[in-house]
Design a protein around this ligand. Structure first.
Ligand code: FPP
Ligand code: MG
Length: 333
């Protein structure tokens, strides 16, 4: 199995290389390799495929950084970080089955290469590895945060499927979904790291609040970029979420606009998005101010995330958490 850490570093557009000098993600990468090294046959091939595709490693980065604010690096903290990445990998393997996606991280997905039957089991395998490592180290608090994260992701995926092509997704429901699908996992990563490093209750709450708001901002920016990001950089056509019936914040805001409400609801119910319709949707999103308002919503969560950090002890790691909020924000520009 090849370790693709250096490759993934080069691939990652958002995180500056010096962050990897402050946080020792290379040790996490080696740990992931070790955890998966007893896999055999087809399982080994699938794990190798996933590892070599790399990734941003944002979840282990949060676990490590939030732990290092409170204690020096320990093998337990590294294991907590690896467990978070394994759960993330498992969730993506299952997500690609659900979405029938053929590509992941610019490579063919596991379901594309091995089929759904093998892909379901591969996700389960990674998932079990994650909890195995937490159990082995008796990282019970970290484990309970990861349990919360997985339950939440499942609820989020189910409500997303339930709401597909629905005109009744309001702001409350949208926020519930992105909290469950994305933000609670980031919150739990922060809390897992801090708990593994012995943080007190007040600090745990602060890092949790930070992670939740970072996650909300991250997902909102992602949902905006789906409409107005560069299709070549994103590696997918504009408006793909809407085509799949996934109603996100720019559309929820457009539905509140008197000029466009009736029209966009008709478009959603029609479930067809030829190029000319998608062009009109993009124009309406700009013209109505829905894109600008979505950016403002992301900005509010960035500010909240920054405020939460004031409760933490000052350190280069707290500083790094602060910088991560600006990286999410800079995707906006
Ligand atoms: C990507 O979303 C997927 C998620 C954020 C979570 C998926 C979660 C599950 C399938 C349930 C949890 C399962 C396990 C085994 C832990 P997306 O489809 O919006 O993003 P994409 O464009 O990257 O696919
Ligand atoms: Mg998907």
């Amino acid at each position: 199995m090849t370790v693709a850490y250096r490759e993934s570093k080069a691939n990652y557009s958002g995180i500056k290389p010096d962050i990897y000098e402050i946080i020792d993600l290379e040790t996490v990468e080696r740990d992931l390799y070790n955890i998966l090294s007893d896999s055999k046959g087809c399982v080994r091939e699938m794990c190798s495929h996933i590892m070599s595709a790399g990734g941003k490693r944002i979840r282990p980065l949060l676990v490590m950084c939030c732990g290092l604010v409170f204690s020096p690096q320990s093998p337990e903290l590294v294991h907590a970080a690896s467990a978070a990445e394994l759960i993330h990998m498992a969730s993506l393997v299952h997500d690609d089955i659900i979405d029938e996606s053929c590509m992941r991280r610019s490579r063919p997905s596991i379901n594309k290469l091995w089929g759904n039957h093998f892909a379901v089991l591969c996700g389960d395998y990674l998932f079990a590895k994650a909890f195995g490592i937490l159990a082995q180290d008796r990282l019970l608090k970290s484990m309970s945060y990861m349990v919360e994260a997985v339950q939440s992701m499942c609820r989020g995926e189910i409500s997303q499927a339930h709401d597909r092509h629905s005109t009744r997704v309001n702001m409350k429901r949208y926020y519930e979904r992105i909290s469950e699908k994305t933000a609670i996992f980031l919150k739990c990563c922060c809390m897992s790291g801090a708990a593994a490093a012995g943080a007190d209750i007040r600090s745990l709450e602060a890092v949790g609040e930070y992670g939740l708001n970072l996650g909300l901002a991250f997902q909102i920016v992602d949902d905006i970029l789906d409409f107005c990001g560069n299709a070549d950089i994103m590696g997918k056509p504009k408006g793909e979420d809407l085509c799949q019936g996934n109603i996100t914040i720019p559309i929820v805001l457009l539905q509140k606009n008197h000029k466009y409400a009736e029209w966009i609801n008709g478009v959603i119910q029609g479930r067809a998005y030829p190029e000319n319709v998608m062009d009109e949707v993009l124009k309406a999103l700009e013209d109505s101010g829905a894109i600008a308002d979505s950016f403002r919503a992301a900005g509010r969560h960035i500010s909240k995330a920054k405020t939460s950090l004031k409760a933490l002890p000052a350190s280069k790691y707290t500083e790094l958490l602060f910088r991560l909020t600006d990286i999410v924000k800079s995707r906006i520009k």
